[in-house]
Ligand binder design. Structure first.
Ligand SMILES: Nc1ncnc2c1ncn2[C@@H]1O[C@H](COP(=O)(O)OP(=O)(O)OP(=O)(O)O)[C@@H](O)[C@H]1O
Ligand SMILES: [Mg+2]
Length: 141
């Protein structure tokens, strides 16, 4: 699946994404500033996450909460940009998150290709112009 993402329509695009894409681990590929965090934030808001959503800074992992059918659930937002090796990811609990069954968004997934579950949904974000991004979505390794 491929679609153009207009900055001012980010929330609509996020709602559409959840209607059409099934999965729980989402690997976001794209250069610095491509718009990974922007779209991940919208996907979290669409699930009902309130409060600050942003790139994890001190830890590699941010945990957000939302309520679904009366149950409180977690979303893990993992940013591996500063990761130096896979061991560091394991120590930080990245693998535990990826196999928890909870929704996980991973920025810079190229850093840990071997850790990603087989049914990971890969999202490629390409800048087209100042306000438009092209998103390409593929399932599997
Ligand atoms: N259609 C769009 N979707 C997302 N971001 C856009 C779009 N158009 C412009 N932008 C801008 O591009 C920037 C994207 O920054 P963002 O932090 O989301 O990138 P990132 O891919 O997470 O980068 P990093 O790898 O540094 O974490 C923001 O300043 C945002 O306003
Ligand atoms: Mg980011």
């Amino acid at each position: 699946m491929e679609f153009d993402l207009y900055l001012e329509k980010t929330d609509e695009a996020a709602a559409m994404f959840w209607q059409q894409v099934k999965g729980n681990v989402f690997a976001f590929h794209g250069q610095m500033g491509a718009g990974k965090t922007t779209f991940i934030s919208a996907l979290c808001r669409a699930k009902g996450v309130t409060g600050h959503i942003g790139s994890p800074t001190f830890s590699l992992i941010n945990e957000y909460r939302y309520t679904e059918e009366g149950n409180t659930r977690s979303i893990f937002h993992i940013d591996l940009y500063r990761l130096t090796n896979e061991e560091e990811a394991l120590n930080a609990g990245v693998e535990d998150c990826l196999y928890s069954g909870d929704i996980c968004f991973v920025e810079w997934p190229e850093k840990v290709p071997a850790l990603l579950p087989e049914d990971t949904v890969h999202v490629y974000v390409h800048p087209v112009s100042n306000h438009i991004r092209r998103l390409k979505i593929e399932v599997g390794r």
